[in-house]
Design a binder for this molecule. Sequence first.
Ligand code: PEP
Ligand code: MG
Length: 583
Amino acid sequence: MASFTLHGIPVSRGIAIGRAHLLTRAALDVKHYLIPEEQVEAEVQRLQKAIATVHKELQTIWNELPKDSPAELGAFIDVHALILSDPMIAEVPLDIIRTRYYNAEWALVTQIDELSSQFDEIEDAYLRERKADIQQVGERVLKVLTGTAATQLAGSSTDEATGRMIIVAHDISPADMLQFKDRAFGGFVTDLGGQNSHTAIVARSLDIPAAVGMFNASALIQQDDWVIIDGDAGVVIVDPTATLLEQYRERQTRLIRDRKKLSKLRKTPSITEDGTEIALLANIELPEDCAAAMESGAAGVGLFRSEFLFMGRTGVSHKLPSEDEQFESYRKAVLAMKGRPVTIRTLDIGADKPLDDAEQTALNPALGLRAIRFCLAEPQMFLAQLRAILRASAFGPVRLLVPMMAHSFEIDQTLAMIEQAKTQLREAGQKFDPLIPVGAMIEIPAAALTLPMFVKKMDFLSIGTNDLIQYTLAIDRADHEVAHLYNPLHPAVLYLLSSTISIGTKAGVPVAVCGEMAGDVRLTRLLLGMGLREFSMHPRQLLAVKQEILNSDLNVLAPQVKKILKSYDPVAIAEAVEQLRGE
Ligand code: PEP
Ligand code: MG
């Protein structure tokens, strides 16, 4: 096949080279892991047993068909039984287990997908329809297999072969993306998604190259195609020529070398040329990410997105993590950070982070019952989280951060609930930090425009630029069709950012930025010039930002940025921001 190139949105930097692994919806629902060689035969038998069980099931259904049921019904069951006996289903997946070491579910889904795509090519409409039968048979076997989930092996992952696999999907939810966390996939390509969709953020936190918003990549790329992801440019090259492959391999090596150089800055204090100290903190999704935060030399955690502990648990409230379970996670993060502050954000569920994959019913979920709105509507759940966070504060410095606040009553109700949680803990004899700092995320324009309302009652502020841009420009951050309009340098965004920083600072309330802008080296000097002194970002970006800070002089930057903030000309703004780096 001829080589071709696809253009999308760069979301996670670096270069990945490997073979494509296409994910379908069904494939995402099952576990993917490699099995050790010695367990291959056991895995083969597990699949054989599941197929045999489905055979029996079909036989039972056939036997129990009412006498007067239409003849087609029996015929359908016969077709399913035939499909099940066909070597394409009964044998090929077993070979996949034996040769590629896929677990049974993965092997089955891989083969069903392969057969389904062959059916798509068939001219005859009737035969094409049989694809649904194959998928139904596959689903049946999968159900039996997942019913035996308890006997499944834990994912083993560091095999080199998986490290080179590139996941290609129409879309991946943040929860699904996290499913790959412990598996060393080489990169991600999706049809949907924008620069700052939560899926993109998780891709960055997985520290692997990714490109999203590729429109129809999942239809154009075939299983096992060779793929290069240029994560810096948002370009995906399919079936590259040998020369191109060589060039990219060289670039990959260079990038790894540059990163090694940066790692020397780990212990260097983050101070500008004029001697101003800048705090660099890490964003994390799970307590395990603290290792990367410490590794990057972060001064603490500036944003712990606690919702990832709640997601992907399929639905109903009794499946939410209990207070104790949350407490354990928060404490784990606090202990891992060894005395550095950990900023735990209360649940920010909703919009592109639904609690489960159940269909969203809200017309505009990003404008719906999200974050603090959801928490105030579920006081028992919120109180349990507040107690868990407070209890963790007995083990090291913890700051409590509340997302999406816009109204005065939301501030008051939240503070009242924190007091209530403290009273409950006192009554139960539980320890906590009574002076735990409480902060608000500034991510709704209304909040930025009424900052005095916040500075009066909050100990600190953290600007969530991802949402601030989304809500200021009315651009859905997860929608690739409007991704080109998502502009952090829009004068309205710059105005809200700089006024929040200056009003907060003047009032003596520390202001941080924890949105993706904080980790973008192209914007570091702009933010410094606005007066920002605390940045929180994914650990991977921290050292590059530090390098930028070490070479910056605030006395030079401040007047230049002041000038930029007076401009309404987007082209001039973009150029001037670029020039800040040229100094
Ligand atoms: C933000 O909105 O900028 C932010 C940091 O929060 P999240 O990306 O989790 O919405
Ligand atoms: Mg946000």
